[in-house]
Design a protein. Structure first.
Length: 112
């Protein structure tokens, strides 16, 4: 019988992998499954990835999200594109600077 992952021990395994990866590429600091998910969600939001796609990438349920989410489904291809854009944003933030600044200014205008 093979090894069974639970939510908790999978997170521990991912945390160990993140720690090794950070060490290997020379990044100091504390990294965790939680911080990686939070960073992904924040960066995806900054570059305008729709909330429904972010939810899908994070494995969140569609339940309780209203009629629109019930009838519209996110496809894996949309998630793949969003993930690739977040990776590109992480590597080349200067490419997205004007868009992120404009979006942030627009969002601030909506709250006042």
């Amino acid at each position: 019988m093979g090894y069974r992952y639970t939510g908790k021990n999978l997170q521990c395994y991912i945390n160990q992998c993140l720690k090794l990866l950070a060490k290997e590429i020379g990044i100091s600091g504390v990294f965790s499954f939680y911080s990686a998910r939070k960073s992904f969600a924040q960066m995806a939001n900054e570059i305008g990835v729709p909330d429904a796609v972010i939810d899908y990438c994070l494995g969140h349920s569609d339940r309780g999200r209203g009629v629109l989410r019930y009838y519209t489904k996110i496809r894996q291809k949309q998630a793949n594109i969003a993930i690739q854009r977040v990776i590109d944003y992480a590597i080349h933030p200067e490419t997205y600077k004007d868009y992120v600044d404009m979006r942030m200014n627009f969002m601030m205008m909506m709250t006042t």
